[in-house]
Design a protein around this ligand. Sequence first.
Ligand code: PGA
Length: 248
Amino acid sequence: MLIIGNWKAYVENREEAKKIYGAAKRIAARTRGIKLVLAPPAPFLGLLAAGKRTKIAFAGQDISASVTGSATGEVVGSALFSAGASYVIIGHSERRARGESDTLIAEKVKRAVVHRLIPVLCIGEKERDEDARYLLEIRRQLDAVYTKLSSRERLEIVIAYEPVWAIGQRSQDAMHAEDLIEMMLYIRKVLGEYVPGKASQKTTILYGGSVDAENVRTLAKGSRVDGFLVGRASAEPETFSALVRALA
Ligand code: PGA
């Protein structure tokens, strides 16, 4: 099971960042079968990950699509890799809401692969409707990226399915496990069109959206997810440790 803690912009100082990292290291030392990845804001990524050889891996929260150095404010893949990241979150709904297009997201996935980072591609519908148009939205998001990738690049991707309506809500507002099963099957069916044979079944698919210590076991049980992308509950040492413990 893979758990990625997306700290977003919740963590604002280095002491807090170190505390969460410390808690994550302690819980990682005590649990088996769970891989922890932390996605701190960029300045703390370098601070925490530099030269460290621990069980915890690190992720960037975004990557620049730029291929030149004349890109003020952008963080390119080589810089993330050099700072200690091995994953990068791409196409998070909070970035899509700031104007990121499917085309840009596909470019970012390519940049990640070039720089040996595992792309965590976020997809998710804005709302659920009775006519199941949300399925078309998911298909559009997957098609837009997978059609642009080579067969090798397609094998590198981790998918994070995060229905936008479920992000940043209360525990009980997360997607229900039975609906999640349906979405897992659907995503794997679409992936089957792009990734040959058994490989599509092996793609890691995470769920994200108001996951916490209360609901994580129920969501994990029987829903066939391979892990979770956790926002708010990952940005605080106690809530993150409790969440990981709940799965162990
Ligand atoms: P949340 O965020 O756990 O706070 O809902 C998840 C995400 O946006 O990745």
